[in-house]
Design a protein around this ligand. Sequence first.
Ligand code: ATP
Length: 381
Amino acid sequence: MNDGGQGGRRAGSPSVRLEGVTKRFGDFMAVDALSLDIERGEFFTLLGPSGCGKTTTLRMVAGFEDPTEGRVLLDGDDVTGLPAFKRPTNTVFQSYALFPHLSVEKNVAFGLQRQGIDRGDVKSRVAEELERVGLTREAARRPRQLSGGQQQRVALARALVNRPAVLLLDEPLGALDLKLRKQLQVELKRIQREVGITFVYVTHDQEEALTMSDRIAVMNRGVIEQVEGPEEVYERPATTFVAGFIGVSNLMPGEVVSANGDRAELRLDSGVTVSTDARGASAGERAHAVVRPEKLELSRADEPRANGKPAVEGVVESSLYLGTATQFVVRLGDSTAMTVLVPNADESARQRLPGAGDPVRLAWANEHIHIVREPKTAVTN
Ligand code: ATP
């Protein structure tokens, strides 16, 4: 473990740069020519399903794995081929990997002591990090006397105390129960803001990624399909994979009938023509339109249409009471299934909601429908 320190950083260089980074295991392409810049102080998440290559990418940044091709740069320095301990990075793993025979305090102090740092400095830096993660009172305990969440806090303090330029986190909350995970998500975000260190976070949990990240890279089969902020990735998924992986897909297939600058007209297979953002689509192209479940307004088909909003018609297939909302699945004329979330704000309104078999209309405001195109390059593994 290396103290990257704050010195020596080149102004203007990204914190992490991947240039055409590829990793093959035999014939298998785990990471495919990935290029990416992560800015200093960013909370950056690699999100994707199991096996998409996110851990391998993180391990190449850490130096636990060498790329087959491409370069890894940290603060402008080419670190490709450099062993992990010579990089200004630290990694927090899902398995806390603490020393069982050492106290919390000694676990956190270990790296600094090995670097020969002055005892007084070690003591104050350890105290500062324990305070940051809320473990001051547990300093003398052994890891087995701590809960899973507390052990992960020790692992975090042990990494932060080295003041790495980049902290790499590989599913650090994966072993914790849901409630604790949510609590620690908020804490991790607070800590990241406080220390201002670049965090590169790996998870397959979309909600976790949306909660914490400044930007999210959604990975699928070794490539990144979209890199944007949480809101963009959720509201305007760039590909059908992203739309399906983050939230409920709600994709309506259709054909682009015209595209003019920023806007496109899309004739949905269910028979309605809608206006969406163009995102580079051209006439004749097959594409999808997405509207998120909470953005759809459900009404009975025989009610008069309100305020000229665009809408499609279908039949309720099922409805499910979820406490705060009721979830409907509506089957459109072209057999597309759409999920709709109706908030349960008013009990009498809830009693009047349509049921299975009822014909309904789904409407939306223009700004909530977006075009989703297929990725330009289909990846074959
Ligand atoms: P998970 O969340 O399951 O860890 P991931 O997205 O992090 O998934 P990686 O661990 O990066 O995925 O693995 C990507 C692919 O590379 C997987 O199919 C995996 O089986 C393969 N792989 C990873 N490490 C090796 C290795 N050392 N040898 C051979 N194949 C490997």
